[in-house]
Design a protein around this ligand. Sequence first.
Ligand SMILES: *Cc1c(COP(=O)(O)O)cnc(C)c1O
Length: 249
Amino acid sequence: MNYLSLDDARTTQLAERLDGVRRRIAAARPAADAAEPTLIVVTKFHPGTDVQRLRLLGVADVGENRDQEAAAKAAEVADPDLRWHFIGQLQSNKAKSVARYAHSVHSIDRPSLAKALDRAMVAEQQESARAKLRCYIQLDLSGAYPELAAPAGSGRGGLAPSSMMGLAERIGASEALELAGVMAVAPLGVDPEPAFELLAALSGQLVGEHPEAKWISAGMSHDLETALAYGATHLRVGSDILGPRPAVL
Ligand SMILES: *Cc1c(COP(=O)(O)O)cnc(C)c1O
């Protein structure tokens, strides 16, 4: 694939949308002296050529939520400077595949998955000088909405906050995983503010025991401003940059 041939109308469109999101981030940053958040561009359902276009535009972090799709794209794009962030529900039997290309996994929600990823990363490290896999604990924030009868967060994934510390211990004690922090998706159809406020509090608890685990992966196309107000360090933005995704099959 010749990168220069990708300097086309789609690249111009992506450049404009990326610029729009970057301006929203700049406007919403709580303080000019706060560290600049990392923008992860979520490329799920969009082709590898779009990842290459984003590369051309200076994007270094991309997010995917399905192993099969991510593995194929990572092989197609084959760019060692691109960081692949795995952000979706993950079965333990996919750990070996994900460890091959992922820089970070944002969706660790149980000890058995941490164990499988650790084993897979140890094997990877025996073959290449790979850094540890950065791991975020995905939390279920539906508890921030006690007034809702049916937990709004059900189906969005994540671990009960009361189990966070136990999983952090497990990741901290692993050989090839590095505890990066917390991740969450705000419940659908409600004001995201209580969710991100709870996430910030949980992050504070985690950092109290694991000072290095200070990252907060939160904020998507529609709620990145609120996430930034509550300390998000890593934003995962898809549709506002790439456009609508095709309907899920
Ligand atoms: C798809 C996805 C995103 C991006 O969502 P947009 O609304 O398209 O910005 C972020 N996080 C996770 C976990 C996702 O699955």
